[in-house]
Design a protein around this ligand. Sequence first.
Ligand code: CP
Ligand code: NVA
Length: 307
Amino acid sequence: MEHFITIAETPIDRLKHFLAVAHQLKKQHKTTGKNDPLLVGKTLAMIFEKPSLRTRVSFSVAMEHLGGNGLVLRPDEVGIGTREPVQDVARVLGGMCDGIMARTFEHDKVENLAKYAGVPVINGLTDYTHPCQAMADLMTLQEHFGHDLTGRTLTYVGDGNNVARSLSVACGKFGMHFVLASPDAYRLPQEDADRVMSIAPDMDFVMTSDPMEAVAQADAIYTDTWVSMGQEADKARKVKDFAGFAVDEKLLAAAPKHAVVLHCLPAYRGYEISEGVMEGKQSLVFPQAENRLHFQKGLIAALMGGM
Ligand code: CP
Ligand code: NVA
C-alpha cells in the first residue's frame, strides 16, 4: 500500500517514477489523443474541505482519461472529523473506492485517512504541504530546462507556507537550490530548513528578507498568494506585511534573463504578482497549471494502476 502524503516521506526513486510516468502519459495523450485504460472500473474519492479548481478538475479528468471515475465529496456532504470521525470515513471510503484524494485544513486528517483507509491516499493540499503541486512544478521545470534539474535555483518570493515547504523539499530531493525571500515573520521554521538540509546536505537553502538579492541567481521565480485558504481574516495585515515582496517587473529586472516565473494559482494580480509578469513572456503559469493534470495522471497510474 503506497500513499502520497509528503515529498519528504516519499523515496526519490518513487518521485522520479511518478514524474517519468507523468511525462510518458502526457506524451501519449498529446500524440494520440488518448491513454491506455489503466484504471477501468476504479473510483477515486475526492474529499474537499477547502475550495479548488485545479486539484478538483485535474484529478477528475485524470481519472476519466485513464478509464476510471472521480467522485467529488464536498465539505457539507462529508463533515470529515465533525459529522463522523476521520478513521470511519477512511474505512467506509476504503471499502467502496480504490483510492482517496483529500484536501484538508489539518495535515493529520490526511495522515489518519492513510492509516485507516486500506487504499492509497493522496494529499491534495493541507495547511502543511501541497506535494502534488510541487511535483507538477518540477515537471514544468523539466520540460523547460531539461530532465536533469541538478544545480538549478528556485527562488520563492512570498509567504513561507504549504507550497513553499513542499517546493523546498522537492528542490532538495532533486539536487536544486532553494531560496526563500519573505518578511522575517513569514519564513519557514528552521526545523524545515534543517530537515531539507539533512536530506540534501549539498544544497543551498537560503532564507532572506531581500527579494532583489534572492532572485539574482534564480532559474525559476515562484510566488503564491499571501493569504492562503483559511487565513482570510488576516488579509489586511498580511497585505501590509508583504509590501515590497511582489513578483513584478522591477523584481524580474534583478533576475537572470533566462529565469522563468511560476505561480501555483489562484493568483491575485496587483498583490503577490503583477499583471505584466503574470502575462509576460517569462511566465510559465498556465503550462504549469496544465501539468497538474499530467502529474496527477502519473501519480494515480502508479498508485492505483500498477504502472
Ligand atoms: N494550485 C491549486 O492547488 O489550485 P486549486 O486550489 O484550485 O486546486
Ligand atoms: N497556499 C495556498 C495554495 C493554494 C493552491 C493555500 O493554501 O490556499
